[in-house]
Every structure is written in C-alpha cells, then in structure tokens.
Design a protein around this ligand. Structure first.
Ligand SMILES: NC(=O)c1ccc[n+]([C@@H]2O[C@H](COP(=O)([O-])OP(=O)(O)OC[C@H]3O[C@@H](n4cnc5c(N)ncnc54)[C@H](O)[C@@H]3O)[C@@H](O)[C@H]2O)c1
Length: 296
C-alpha cells in the first residue's frame, strides 16, 4: 500500500515507518524538521519537510495517491500545551483539519490517528475503557479530543488510537513526555533523578515496537470507524518504574522529589480488551523486558 505518515520522523512515527517498510509498503513522511528528529528517518521512505498546518501540505497529496494516512504529527507535550496553548491548537487542531480535509479530497481510504489517554482526565473507574467519559485537564487533552472529533466528522473511514505512555529507543529525553527516556539518560550518566509529586502517580507503559505492530494490524480493511485504547492494561507507579530501572541500570542514587506538574493525571490504566478482541493478539512486551531492550 501507499502510506502517508505525518510525524513519521518523530519517536513513534519512525518505528512505525520502519515496520511498514520491513513489510514492503511504500511510505511517505511529512514532518516539520527539527534537530531532534533527523537521525531516525528511514532512507527508504520519501521524506517531505512540511508543516501539517500549511497550504504546502496539498502538494504531496496532489502528487501521490495514499491508501492510508497515519496521522501522528502533533505538539505532543502536556507541559508544552500549558506553556503555549495557541501553538498546541494550531498544530493539533488546525493541522489535523488540514490533514483530514486533504484525505477526503484525495480519496484516502483510511485515517489512523494518534490520540491519548489524556482525553479521559482523572479516571472515574479503573481500568479506563473507551466508553469512559472525557474530561480533559490540559490544553493538550482538549486539542487531542477535538482532533478526534474532526477525524470522525471527516467522512473518511478512521481508526483513532488512544495511546497510553509509550516508551522505547529514540524517545527524546529533553521534554517531559518520556519519563522512561529521562530516567534512562540520567541513570546511564549517573545524574540525579527528579520525580514530580510523590511518585505514586501511575502509568500504563507500552513499548514502542508493540505500537508499531498494532498500527500495522489496524491497517486491515475490516477495521474502520473505531476508537481503541492502545495500552497494556497494567499500571506502574513512577516509584515502581524508578526501582525497576535502577535495578536494570545498577543505579545507586535515591530519587529527589519536587512539586507535581499542572495537568498531570494521577492514575492511568487503559482497558485494552476491545483492541485485543479486534486484533486477536494479547502479547505485549513487559516493562522489565522493554527496559532491558532500551538498555541494549
Ligand atoms: N509518546 C507517547 O507516550 C504518546 C502518548 C499518547 C499519544 N501520543 C501521540 O502520538 C503521536 C506521536 O508522538 P511521539 O511521542 O512520537 O512524539 P514526537 O514529538 O516524537 O513526534 C511528533 C512529530 O510530529 C512532528 N511535528 C510537530 N509539529 C508538526 C507540524 N506542525 N507539522 C509537521 N510535523 C510536525 C514533530 O517534528 C515530531 O517528529 C503524537 O500525536 C502524540 O500526541 C504519544
């Protein structure tokens, strides 16, 4: 198939692109280049440095036919959205409107769009299933929820994936998005580690290779107009994560605690039973195994 991956030079996108190319699909990447994400772009993909919210995006649709659009390009940080909600909205909402309108105009057969557990807000029950109410706590949660609605209204068959906390190689450790990569970098360099709040906030960690495999399975024609939690349905507190990683990295320092962050969700564990039923596979890489792969 001919597949467009927006944000294909980013952390998750680069793994998805590799997986698609390994499985003999033709891949085009649209991404706004930054110094962070040039290194992992697969040389077998066609790469275009285009902002998804710009008029230039139409060029790539006009010149190619895409069977599928995997839409990952985003302002992907909660803290970034609190600091600059306007930029968050321009990329995540206006950018998405541009992407979906072009998918419609140029007859793309399906959009697979990356959403997030942040759309649910603080859980009313655990694990959170897809029918849980949405009650966002940050501009990022709001822009992603709005993105979902535009995708649903587009008239193009869609699959919306609400990812839990994704980790793995190539995740940058400069922002706040990847606690695993931040800890990993600090542990490798024996630097101090800061935990926001009391460390008892929990997250559902999923290894990025599992994400790539699942997205690949969702290309299947039979899956459309669906919303899935894409998660492991297990949760670890940040203190537990610290201990697992400290053991793997032989890190001896104690963590330092600081004030919690605005918009942070206390507990997150996403029910993945609906996804498992659809893709007929319930195998996930465990957190311990994923940490060991990250180290190697
Ligand atoms: N990493 C996670 O744990 C996680 C969890 C839930 C949802 N998500 C979602 O998954 C997707 C991928 O996340 P990621 O972790 O790989 O983030 P990332 O920041 O590594 O990747 C996002 C990519 O989008 C690109 N981009 C940003 N603005 C753009 C623009 N205006 N035009 C074109 N490209 C632009 C960036 O350059 C980057 O390469 C995002 O939509 C994110 O919101 C990620």
């Amino acid at each position: 198939m001919h597949i467009l991956v927006t944000g294909g030079a980013g952390f998750i996108g680069s793994h998805i692109v590799d997986y698609l190319i390994e499985n003999n699909h033709s891949v085009w990447i649209v991404d706004k280049t930054s110094s962070l994400n040039l290194d992992y772009t697969n040389s077998k993909a066609v790469y275009k440095n285009i902002d998804i919210s710009s008029d230039k995006l139409e060029e790539i649709f006009r010149e190619n036919h895409f069977d599928i659009c995997i839409h990952l390009a985003a302002q992907s940080s909660v803290a970034g959205s609190v600091k600059d909600p306007l930029n968050d909205a321009v990329v995540n909402i206006i950018g998405t409107i541009n992407v979906v309108q072009l998918c419609k105009k140029y007859n793309c057969k399906k959009i697979i769009a990356a959403s997030t557990a942040a759309v649910y807000g603080n859980p009313k029950y655990i694990p959170i299933d897809e029918n849980h109410s949405t009650d966002v706590l940050s501009p990022y949660g709001l822009s992603k929820l709005t993105m979902e609605k535009y995708v649903q209204l587009s008239g193009v068959p869609y699959v919306i994936c609400r990812f839990s906390n994704v980790y793995g190689k190539r995740q940058h450790s400069l922002g706040e998005t990847g606690v695993v990569s931040i800890f990993s970098e600090a542990m490798m360099n024996n630097k101090d580690i800061y935990i926001d709040g009391d460390g008892e906030q929990s997250r559902d960690f999923i290894y990025v290779k599992d994400i790539a495999r699942i997205i690949y399975q969702l290309l299947n024609n039979n899956v459309k107009d669906e919303i899935f939690n894409v998660s492991t349905n297990t949760s670890y507190t940040i203190n537990e994560l610290f201990r697992i990683m400290a053991k793997a990295y032989s890190y001896k320092k104690e963590p330092l605690y600081r004030v919690s962050r605005a918009g942070d969700i206390k507990i997150s564990q996403l029910d993945n039973r609906y996804l498992i039923q659809k893709i007929k596979s319930s195998k996930f890489i465990s957190l311990e195994d994923g940490i060991n792969r990250l180290k190697s």
